[in-house]
Design a protein around this ligand. Structure first.
Ligand code: PMP
Length: 394
């Protein structure tokens, strides 16, 4: 029966990783895959994660199933971390999922269950997996303008104009912070304007927050999500713990569904548990338990936050070093956007030919749309990248 299957397109980033591996040049630089790497190229297990695992290993007496929505303590800790006191806890349904991707998938299914005809507005560009899952589920997508090729910032007027065409029953997918793949983000006033459009149109926001703590700080990065959540009657939030806790392979994420009252919350909570049951039954627990242990222990939490701040500041340092180096070499400010962008990624905003040239001539690997993982750099490789960017004529 399986002869009817059609080959699926290879994941471009994974193919790029292989090319990088096969490249014998010692000077090669990997700015491809989206994991944080320290100056030595390692993706470390964070100190607090190790300590929490140790505690769990000693204290855990059973690995029997948790609830269908995961451990309630994980839900509480994550709702607090993402939403703070922006909305009453009793109006938030939450279910643990396998990673942020799992949360996004469950969110789309929830939307489809509630409104089979819903259109999902997606930024152009967005994380390719958003598009791929929506396509796989047969859901209608409407791209909205987002990245300005000229300024490498947000095409705010275009975005607002496009979002105004959304209607009640549509969903607007927004990146809570650290937009992937561009690195370009809305400022506070621009978020206010987006909220106004959501209120005027009645469209439902869905926020993907996968990099809380990687941009301007743990609370600062959640500020927009909190504002949106407090301003609209219903909202979906898909949060990932992969990056900020460095537990990528543990598959730890959560889907939150906010509603205007507690009876809707009960319905949502039951539906989230049902959806988990249909897709994978009980969500993974190990990563969720690590996160809960850290967030609920003062010492572990402050150590985790300190390490997260180091990671964030390392990336900010690399950004300003790169922007500075490019300013020196080009004699212009045209690369200043690199210091303005936030999170792990920046879209350089150049052609795929230039991306190929950087790879072929200089052993610098970035995604074809010119997305660079800033964490793939270190103080020594920044000048090499800057020189290569100028040499190929970007
Ligand atoms: N959303 C965005 C925008 C992402 O970049 C990622 C990770 N690449 C995710 C969600 C989900 O990550 P994970 O499933 O690994 O938690």
């Amino acid at each position: 029966m399986f002869e009817t299957l059609q080959a699926q397109p290879a994941d471009k980033i994974l193919a790029l990783m292989q090319m990088y591996k096969d490249d014998p040049r010692e000077t090669k630089i990997d700015l491809g895959v989206g994991v944080y790497k320290d100056a030595t190229g390692l993706t470390p297990v964070m100190r607090a994660v190790k300590a929490a695992e140790h505690q769990l290993w000693e204290a855990q007496t059973s690995k029997a199933y948790t609830g269908l929505a995961g451990d309630p303590a994980f839900g509480d800790a994550m709702v607090q971390m993402v939403l703070g006191d922006a909305v009453p806890r009793a109006q938030v349904a939450a279910a643990a999922t396998p990673g942020g991707t799992g949360a996004i998938r469950q969110a789309f299914e929830l939307i489809q269950m509630a409104r089979p005809q819903a259109r999902v507005f997606v930024s152009n560009p967005t994380w390719p997996n958003h598009l791929s899952i929506l396509k796989y589920l047969g859901m209608e997508m409407v791209p909205y303008r987002y990245f300005d090729d000229e300024t490498r910032g947000v095409d705010f007027d275009g975005m607002i104009a496009d979002l105004k065409t959304a209607q009640k029953g549509d969903v607007v997918l927004l990146h809570g912070c650290c937009h992937n793949p561009t690195g370009a983000n809305l400022n506070a006033a621009e978020w206010d304007a987006v909220i106004k459009v959501l209120q005027d149109t009645g469209a439902t926001p869905m926020i993907d927050i996968a990099y809380q703590g990687f941009g301007d700080g743990l609370d600062a990065d959640a500020a927009a999500t909190r504002k949106v959540a407090a301003a609209v009657p219903e909202c979906l939030i898909a949060a990932s713990c992969s990056k900020n806790f460095g537990i990528y392979r543990e598959r730890t994420g959560i889907l939150m569904a906010l509603s205007a009252d507690t009876s809707a919350q009960k319905l949502n909570q039951g539906t989230l548990a049902f959806l988990n049951r249909q897709n994978f039954s009980f969500p993974p627990d190990h990563g969720a338990r690590i996160v809960t242990t850290i967030l609920n222990d003062d010492a572990l939490r402050s150590d985790w936050m300190a390490e997260l701040e180091d990671i964030r500041n390392t990336m900010l340092g690399l950004r300003s070093q790169l922007a500075g180096e490019l300013q020196r070499l080009s004699g212009s400010d045209r690369f200043g956007f690199l210091a303005e962008h936030r999170g792990m990624f920046s879209r350089l905003g150049t052609s795929s030919d230039m991306v190929d040239k950087l790879r072929e001539d200089h052993g610098i690997y970035m995604v074809g749309d010119s997305r660079m993982n800033i964490a793939g750099l270190n103080a020594e490789t920044v000048p090499i990248l800057a020189k290569a960017i100028i040499e190929v004529g970007i």
